[in-house]
Design a protein around this ligand. Structure first.
Ligand code: HEC
Length: 126
């Protein structure tokens, strides 16, 4: 049975447009499922359930590396909070007021964050 997410994947596909300046979704076979070829941010394929900071060859911020090492995983909850304010999320997660993430974009509407998560989770399951 497919896992149910709170968001709407179709709305998420539209909302993902705000991500493609920096991110792609490329599967294991090298096929581009979303985005163009931006490499400012890491490939978001299979992000649902993935440990943070794990894309090979991508140079993460020290704070994101530290969060991944400390066990941060992308679930609906962590993803939705993170994308609304990445640096604030890492400060909170690491309990370090000087932590700083490299993602400067913020999703302004919580609904959109849920939708994008559902979209990305479905892409990896197809
Ligand atoms: C301006 C460029 C930019 C935009 C736009 C952007 N991101 Fe990012 N994103 C980044 C960068 C850079 C990182 C790496 C963060 C770090 O190392 O601290 C990142 C990291 C992430 C991560 C963590 C990935 C991992 O491998 O742990 C997620 C999840 C994410 N972005 C989701 C999104 C979503 C969803 C959107 C659109 C709503 C988005 N980003 C828009 C630049 C961007």
């Amino acid at each position: 049975m497919p896992v149910a997410f709170s968001g709407d994947p179709a709305a998420g596909e539209a909302a993902f447009r705000q991500c493609i300046a920096c991110h792609v979704v490329v599967d294991e076979a090298g096929e581009t499922l979303a985005g163009r070829n931006a490499q400012v941010g890491p490939n978001l394929y299979g992000i649902a359930g993935r440990q943070a900071g794990q894309v090979d060859g991508f140079k993460y911020s020290r704070s994101m590396e530290a969060a991944g090492e400390a066990g941060l995983e992308w679930t609906e909850d962590t993803f939705v909070t993170y994308v609304q304010d990445p640096t604030a999320y890492l400060r909170d997660y690491l309990d370090d007021p000087r932590a700083r993430g490299a993602m400067t974009h913020r999703v302004r509407k919580e609904d959109e964050a849920y939708d994008v998560y559902a979209y990305l989770a479905n892409l990896a399951e197809e």
